[in-house]
Design a protein around this ligand. Structure first.
Ligand SMILES: N[C@@H](CCC(=O)N[C@@H](CS)C(=O)NCC(=O)O)C(=O)O
Length: 212
């Protein structure tokens, strides 16, 4: 099966890139951008009028939303064992965590990076940004407590959720006022362990060399 991924560095498309690599499927990256002043490829906008990446193309169809793409790909290539199968007892925690990452954690990042999207008046942006940073601390704490002493987010087995977690940790920026990852020791432990995956070492090579 062939896939095409509309892609930009330092975006949620990097997590999907790691998943494609882990699944061992054929794929092509199509360069896009997250720079708001630059145009998006027309085909990307046809599939996702929001202008965001990741956007995945498969079998002449397209889809967007990072968590949905991950669920779709891991189910389609279930032999790679990156996700609990439907009916598996850990499937609930898997879906819960992916959706929480997408709906709560990513929204906290967005509020801190793009506060103008959350308020009407420019003078309210600083307050929204501050709230975004506080929300980051709240949501990462929820995840840190959920992980507890687990080896990986879901327990004993590595999964796509660990890749998603790693991607999100790379967006933490203490210079932007974000909490330091060391405030969440269980998250930090798993992010560190995820870096031993060849897929992550390859796709995040630049980030790893700049941050370790
Ligand atoms: N809920 C979407 C959010 C995607 C998203 O925010 N993508 C960012 C990069 S991480 C983007 O494309 N930003 C460019 C923009 O907002 O114009 C998902 O999880 O796929």
């Amino acid at each position: 099966m062939n896939y095409k991924l509309f892609y930009a560095n330092e975006s949620a498309a990097q997590g999907v890139h790691v998943i494609l690599e882990e699944l061992g499927v054929h794929y092509e990256l199509i360069k896009s951008t997250i720079d708001r002043s630059k145009p998006r490829p027309t085909k990307q906008l046809e599939i996702n009028p929001n202008g965001w990446v990741p956007v995945l193309m498969y079998d002449n169809k397209g889809m967007y939303e990072c968590a949905a793409i991950i669920i779709f790909l891991c189910d389609r290539h279930s032999g790679a064992n990156l996700a609990p199968k439907p009916g598996d007892v850990t499937r609930g925690l898997y879906l819960q965590t992916l959706v929480y990452f997408s709906s709560s954690l990513q929204t906290a990042f967005q509020t801190s990076y793009y506060p103008d999207r959350f308020v009407d008046m420019p003078e309210d942006e600083a307050s929204a940004q501050k709230r975004g940073i506080r929300r980051l601390r709240e949501t990462w704490t929820v995840i840190d407590d959920q992980i507890g002493n687990n080896d990986w987010v879901l327990g004993k087995n590595f999964s796509a959720v660990d890749i998603y977690l790693f991607m999100l940790t790379t967006w933490l920026s203490p210079t932007q006022g974000h909490p330091n990852i060391s405030e969440f020791p269980n998250v930090e432990r798993i992010a560190h362990a995820a870096m031993s995956r060849p897929s992550i070492r390859h796709i995040y090579a630049d980030w790893i060399s700049e941050n370790s």
